[in-house]
Design a protein around this ligand. Sequence first.
Ligand code: FAD
Ligand code: SF4
Length: 511
Amino acid sequence: MVRMMAETKTTFWILGNQLLANHPLLEGVDKTAVTILFIESAARVQKLPYQRKKLVLLFSAMRHYAQELQAQGFQVDYRAAPTFLAGLRAHVAAYQPDELLTMAAADWSGRAFQQGLAAQLGLPVTITPDRQFLVAQFNPYPDTPPEKPIVMEYFYREMRRHFNVLMDDRQPVSGQWNYDKENRKPLPAGLPLPAVPVFAPDAITQAVMAEAAALPGIGAPHGFSLAVTRAQAQAACADFFAHRLADFGAYEDAMTVRHATLFHSLLSPYLNIGLLEPLELIRAAEQAYHDGRAPLNSVEGFVRQILGWREYIYWQYWRQGPALLALNEWGAERPLPPFFWSGATEMNCLRHVIHRALEDGYTHHIERLMVVGNFAMLAGLKPTAVNDWFLACYLDAYEWVMAPNVLGMALNADGGRTATKPYIASANYIHKMSNYCAGCRFSHKQRHGDDACPFNFLYWNFLIRHEAKLRANSRLGQNVLGLRHLDEAERTAVTRRAQQFFAAFDSEAVG
Ligand code: FAD
Ligand code: SF4
């Protein structure tokens, strides 16, 4: 709880991704003694050509949240400004606060900006701890140097023990930590897929949609149907628990041309701006298991994503520090091809996934990792360019979550600090886990030749090119085992096809 002298004029600056129902700055506060400040910064939203539906989500959720605080009796100063600093200065000039309090930003640049504010504004600034992550309450591996690999599985087990999630004393319920083997099923043809709830835009959202349409960016605000209040986010969450959680585990890795969401939750956009909190989702999933509404493989799979991966990713981001953004372990320097911005490619899987990212800002994890990330890694696309593409396109993208996922997990640009090995695969994986290949002009079976799937020759070309490096590392060595099935003629054919592909690709690529 934050205490203030009765006569002190205090401002709380709440960031757009800190829309917590129980915001720590607001706990037990005298509503008449504080002003709550929100700023929409024009410079921030033009840093990249962002997904317009994400801008609508963010600004509509901020405006609804501010309106709810006003209805509760708080004084709110909601302003649009050219930059955050300009907005803060204008607020200070208008309201003359004695002090400013703000919760720590989730990313480095935001936090550094907050740390410099006292000097910039000429008044005391207090930065309170970030309350949006569980690892801030319990860090299983404090003070580990960034180069020391910490495997997510062990991090996750410590988190489960500490927060007592799906535990039976010190052991996991049913004696098993991991149900990954049960959670890799392809989707049976014709299995009905539940619709995701839609929320009709109200007047506030419609106004933001009109503004977003005029901003530079990707996609159209038209068709926006996401939750923009906590009540709506809770409804989206309840729908997931009622209709999708039970099958979440089995089809977690499946992909289909039919549907973007399958049995995934589509809750990351809300979690990442504070409308939902991780522990409430974890406890609700646990309850669903205890009530017999969902099987353990699904519940554990979902808990693993939030208590495991999400917290681990945030922890990696802060452990690795800003140096992460410049890492490029595999020396990948190729610029993004134009089809990343249009979806105009004959590769059926990439075409579908890129279209979804550009139009709606959402694809599920395996499509991010094993379609886009896999292609980017095999094609040697520049990590910073790939990171910016994801940051621009996705609804749930923020630097703390994007950098370790893209640079660490998908591209292995950090040399294995986040994920122990590169996530690379030939067309065989995509064919097994999806129905994309059935409608593709390329053959998922051919390794080379005009009709060969690019994932095939690029995969083998990558292994040939990096064979010595892969073999030298015991964690990566198993990737190259398949090379023994390729004779010299096949190696030459694969390499030649990859060179042709790159020649065409490079002549069209944009920086
Ligand atoms: P579900 O499959 O339903 O999973 C439940 C929740 O688990 C998610 O909502 C999310 O909060 C959490 N989660 C699962 N995996 C991760 C992970 N690796 N990192 C962080 N949280 C995780 N997630 C983002 O929130 N923002 C991003 O910008 C983002 N970019 C990604 C880029 C790449 C290349 C990859 C491989 C993953 C990325 N992820 C990102 C992680 C993950 O893909 C998304 O969180 C997930 O797909 C969101 O959809 P969902 O809510 O339906 O997730
Ligand atoms: Fe993708 Fe290759 Fe399958 Fe086509 S054949 S859908 S490019 S994996």
